[in-house]
Design a protein around this ligand. Structure first.
Ligand SMILES: [Zn+2]
Ligand SMILES: [Zn+2]
Length: 90
């Protein structure tokens, strides 16, 4: 087990949280990969999926964004915490 405290120092476009440092959940998913869900490392090392110590598989879900061209829900699958594919994330 190695603790992972990756400080994301990328200049993120969009949201900026002045009080918290973005870091990723230190839990390991059942696929044996590092959980990539961002957490506020000041208050927790685990995302809400892993708050109880479980390992989980992040299932892909349908993007909740709306397609600009058709006005229908985006059909792409995403594993992102936001529930949106890369097109619809800010
Ligand atoms: Zn997690
Ligand atoms: Zn989408």
């Amino acid at each position: 087990m190695k603790n992972k405290f990756l400080i994301i120092s990328l200049a993120m476009s969009g949201f900026a949280f002045s009080q918290s440092i973005d870091s990723t959940c230190v839990a390991i998913t059942s696929k044996n990969t590092n959980c990539k869900v961002k957490v506020n490392i000041d208050s927790t090392k685990f995302c809400h999926h892993h708050a109880n110590g479980n390992t989980i598989i992040i299932k892909s879900t349908q993007c909740s964004g709306i397609s600009k061209s058709t006005n229908n829900q985006c059909k792409l699958k995403t594993k992102d915490e936001s529930g949106k594919c890369h097109h619809h994330r800010k």
